[in-house]
Structure formats: structure tokens, C-alpha cells
Design a protein around this ligand. Structure first.
Ligand SMILES: C[S@@+](CC[C@H](N)C(=O)[O-])C[C@H]1O[C@@H](n2cnc3c(N)ncnc32)[C@H](O)[C@@H]1O
Length: 497
């Protein structure tokens, strides 16, 4: 609950005054949700032929790339903030997207002629709205989800937010006497600087908490600081509370959109054994306790959907898989194991076949491999010493541990630079609008530098590399600038031809 002296200016127009930078969210993409649905033996419709609704879509930064990716699917998004919707509509018009409808609405007064949707997305809204709106979000899920549909809802969670909330409440107290969002943001930053400087004088654990939080928040943008920490509504909850609300609203809990968080691999053996003795929902809650979890992305379905969490590895056939991050490998002379090392992940194996399977994906990075092709390559390498089912089981194990990312019908991109490189119309529009980031085919936002903008705007599939090279030289860029920038765009899945 917000403290009594919470800021006075909070109103339904908060997002008109301080718009939210509307960006793609990879785990809310239908290709990601559909893949997890399949893993849990559900039959969500293919992303290329589906209907998607986004609740609280801001200016459509999540929906617009999806609508571009899947021209035969229908997308609908609404938001309370008329200004954000108007901004999104300008982008929809500029890109001539005929399969996306954005409109201003309060979910409490939603027109019931919207129809049904195969995917309903509600990202970054549930914790930031009053309880009647929270109830309306889950009700909309139950009423509007198609029979095989899946809903994605993200929210702030306890116990992690107990700690984060300490600094939020301090900021709320400090900015309460300032009226305008600008003054509140500036004052909040002053307080953070003060806490960061002065927290050393506190007890060790509390001082560390304040300093860490102040450091983290000093790096976030104004919009995030305002909506996450200065707005009156930010009501985190425990996972078990959310699961109860889901059940009483007539929906079923499927699992987490980030599958890796559902496995117990990061705990020691005795902790794992204790966790395994609890029921599925209890296990999820206890893992949140142990991890101090702050945020969740839950997938929901109809109560009577044929959900089964015993993974049938054959569901992976036809899916697209990629290794989660760039990795290099080395041989450990002592153990004889091969180690694959990425920025945040490490993997080792002493099986030649498992090594081949991982290496094929590492070599393809950042691109996808279709499961069937991957299994065929590994089967051939093993000269029949392992079965295709063995490969699928190994892939399922690596997916559950977060080393491999599964998708159903993901948008394609190229990593080899062509003679006439091409990016998407959306990226060309975003750089012309001088946005600080562009939307990639992996449905992520990618930071672009000032000197990238002109180059990206030229990547229309007609302009040749030779021409681009002449222009780069005329603009006094170094000899390798063009190759370097094109490689960066390819690495971040910005090229489609
Ligand atoms: C934190 S923003 C998240 C926006 C977007 N989903 C994203 O992740 O970028 C929350 C959004 O919910 C919208 N919102 C709040 N209450 C709403 C309501 N009652 N009906 C519709 N939208 C609402 C706000 O206007 C705002 O754009």
C-alpha cells in the first residue's frame, strides 16, 4: 500500500504527463509464449495465424513489431493514456499496418464486442493499477481468451520487493510536497544521491541495501523512476496470492514465461530434495523466497485446457532453437570435458555427441536452428550411436536450464551481409524519428548510436554495399566502420536481407 503522504499529482493522466518508453518484450512475443505452451502439451494457435490483444499497450512498442512480423495475424491494443495511443497510431499509419488496431480505453469500460484472442499480453501493468483494474485484467483473460489461448501477465513480487520497497517509500515521502512530475523526479534523484553518499553510516546490511538500490536507480530513466517508484499504485504480491487470484478468476496457472526459473538447478542437492517434496505451486513460492524474487511473468490458460507439465520431448519437433548467448569453448585437460563459456552461462560435457549438439547451436548464434535439422546433423555425427529421442531429451534438458531458447515460428533474419543489405521498415522509421533504440527481429530493443541512424535509414535492400562504402568515406568514417556497423546490426538481428 502507498504511504499516506504519497504524491498528490497521481491521476489517470500520469502516463500522458510522463509517457512510458514503449519497447518490445521478447518473452511476451507469441512465438515465445506458443513454444512454452507446446512444452506444457497445450496447442496454442500458430503465431502466423492468430489474434493478439495487449492490455495497457502504451504506444504499441511491443505490438507494432509483432504486427510487422506476422501480416496474417490480427493485433489489438488499448491503453488508458490517449497521448500514448496517438503516438502509437502515428507509427501504425507511417508503416501502413492494416493488421493492428490501437485505441484509447479504460479496461473497466471495455467494449465486449472485441472478440476472442489466442494470446493476451499484459506486461508491466498488473502491479501498477488499483485492485478493481487488477480484477478486470484477469476477468478479461477468462472472457476473451480463445479455447487454446494463453495469457501473459507480469507483476512485481515479494519477497524481493520488500527490500526494493524500502527506497520507494523513502522517495515517496521525500517528493510528497512537490507537485509536478519533473520536480518529483529531480527530487527523487537528489534523495538517491544523498542515500548513496551517506548510507555508509548505517548498519552494514542496511547501508549496503540503500547503497545498492541508490546505485541501481541512478541508472534508470526518468519514466521508469516515476512510474515504478513515485506513482501511488505499485502493489507487489506473493506468487501464492497471485496464483489464488488466478484460480478464483476461473483461469489456470501454466508456468513461468522464463522456463529456467521453474527448475531447481541453482540450488544444492539437499535444498532441491526439500523443494521437490512440496507441491508444484508451493515449490514455485519457496523458490521465490530463496531467490528473493522481485518480478514474475506468468502464463495462464483456461481451467479446462489439457495442461501437463510432464514434458513430452517430441513437442520440440518443428520448433526453432537458439543458444541463449554467444559462447566460446575450451577443452579442460584435467577432466577431459569440453566447456562452453558465455557472459552469464557455463556448460560442460564429456560426451562427444552432446558437444556436437551444442557446437552446432553455438556456431549458428545468433540465429535459429530448426530442431529437426539439428537432430539430423547430430544423428549423422553420432553414426547412429544415439537416437533422435536422445537428442530431443538433451535439448529439453538444456531448454529447461536456460541454455537453449525455444520459439515457434520466430521472425527470420540474416547474419550474412548481402550486397544490398536491408533492415525492416520499422527500424528505418525508428531511426528517422531519432529514437534511441530500434526493435530487432528477436523482439528486443537495440541501442543505436548517432552515426548508425543514417546508415540504417539507407538499408532498404536497393542500396549497394559499394554505394554505402563511398558514402562512409565521404563522411570521413574509418575504413572498417561500415563492416563493423553492419556486423553489429547482423549480430542484433536487425537485417532481413
Ligand atoms: C508501466 S506502463 C506499461 C506499458 C507497456 N505495457 C510496457 O510494458 O511498455 C502501464 C500502462 O498501463 C496503462 N493503464 C493503466 N491503467 C489502465 C486501465 N485502467 N486501462 C487501460 N490501461 C491502463 C497505463 O496508461 C500505462 O500505459
Amino acid at each position: 500500500m502507498a504511504p499516506e503522504n504519497s504524491p498528490k499529482t497521481q491521476s489517470p493522466e500520469a502516463y500522458d504527463q510522463v509517457p512510458y518508453p514503449s519497447r518490445p518484450t521478447a518473452l511476451s512475443h507469441p512465438s515465445a509464449i506458443a513454444a512454452l505452451g507446446r512444452v506444457f502439451r497445450l496447442q496454442p494457435p500458430p503465431p502466423s495465424q492468430c489474434r493478439v490483444l495487449e492490455i495497457g499497450c502504451a504506444s504499441g512498442g511491443n505490438l507494432i513489431p509483432m504486427a510487422q512480423d506476422y501480416p496474417d495475424s490480427q493485433f489489438v491494443g488499448f491503453d488508458l493514456s490517449g497521448q500514448q495511443i496517438a503516438r502509437g497510431q502515428r507509427m501504425v499509419d507511417a508503416l501502413r499496418l492494416t493488421n493492428l488496431c490501437l485505441f484509447q480505453a479504460n479496461i473497466l469500460e471495455l467494449d465486449n464486442r472485441l472478440g476472442d484472442f489466442d494470446y493476451i499480453i499484459c506486461h508491466g501493468v498488473y502491479s501498477w493499477v488499483p485492485s478493481d483494474v487488477q480484477a478486470a485484467i484477469l476477468r478479461t483473460g477468462r472472457e476473451r481468451l480463445s479455447d487454446n489461448g494463453l495469457m501473459y501477465v507480469s507483476y512485481n513480487t515479494y519477497p524481493g520487493w520488500r527490500m526494493r520497497g524500502v527506497v520507494r517509500e523513502m522517495m515517496q515521502y521525500h517528493v510528497a510536497k512537490f507537485a509536478s512530475p519533473r520536480d518529483q523526479i529531480d527530487q527523487a534523484r537528489n534523495l538517491l544521491a544523498f542515500l548513496g553518499r551517506s548510507a555508509d553510516h548505517q548498519s552494514e546490511s542496511f547501508g549496503t541495501l540503500l547503497k545498492e538500490e541508490a546505485k541501481l536507480l541512478s541508472r534508470v530513466d526518468d519514466s521508469y523512476l516515476f512510474h515504478e517508484h513515485l506513482e501511488a499504485n505499485n502493489t507487489p504480491l506473493y506468487f501464492h496470492e497471485f496464483a489464488n487470484r488466478v484460480a478464483s478468476s476461473g483461469l489456470g496457472y501454466v508456468g513461468d514465461a522464463n522456463l529456467e526459473t521453474m527448475v531447481t538447478d541453482d540450488f544444492d542437492e539437499s535444498t532441491r530434495a526439500t523443494l521437490m517434496s512440496a507441491s508444484f505451486l508451493e515449490q514455485e513460492q519457496y523458490m521465490d523466497f530463496l531467490r528473493g524474487r522481485m518480478f514474475r511473468r506468468s502464463l495462464l490458460c483456461h481451467l479446462d485446457a489439457p495442461l501437463n507439465r510432464q514434458i513430452d520431448v517430441r513437442c520440440l519437433v518443428g520448433m526453432h532453437l537458439r543458444i541463449a548467448e554467444a559462447m566460446s569453448h575450451c577443452e579442460d585437460a584435467e577432466t577431459g570435458e569440453t566447456k562452453f563459456v558465455g557472459e552469464s552461462k557455463r556448460l560442460s560435457t564429456n560426451s562427444d555427441v552432446a558437444k556436437c549438439l551444442i557446437q552446432v547451436l553455438v556456431d549458428a548464434f545468433p540465429n535459429w536452428k530448426v530442431t529437426d535439422h539439428l537432430v539430423a546433423e547430430v544423428f549423422q555425427f553420432s553414426s547412429g550411436s544415439v537416437t533422435p529421442d536422445w537428442c530431443l531429451r538433451e535439448l529439453a534438458r538444456l531448454i529447461c536450464r536456460g541454455f537453449i531458447v525455444p520459439r515457434l515460428e520466430p521472425p527470420s533474419f540474416v547474419t550474412k551481409i548481402s550486397n544490398c543489405p536491408m533492415t525492416t521498415p520499422l527500424v528505418r522509421w525508428q531511426v528517422r524519428q531519432k529514437q534511441p533504440f530500434v526493435s530487432s527481429r528477436l523482439h528486443e530493443s537495440v541501442a543505436v548510436r548517432d552515426d548508425d541512424r543514417y546508415l540504417l535509414s539507407q538499408l532498404d535492400g536497393d542500396t549497394t554495399i559499394e554505394h554505402l562504402r563511398k558514402e562512409a568515406a565521404a563522411a570521413s568514417h574509418s575504413n572498417d566502420w561500415l563492416d563493423e556497423r553492419l556486423a553489429y546490426f547482423a549480430y542484433h538481428s536487425l537485417l532481413v536481407g
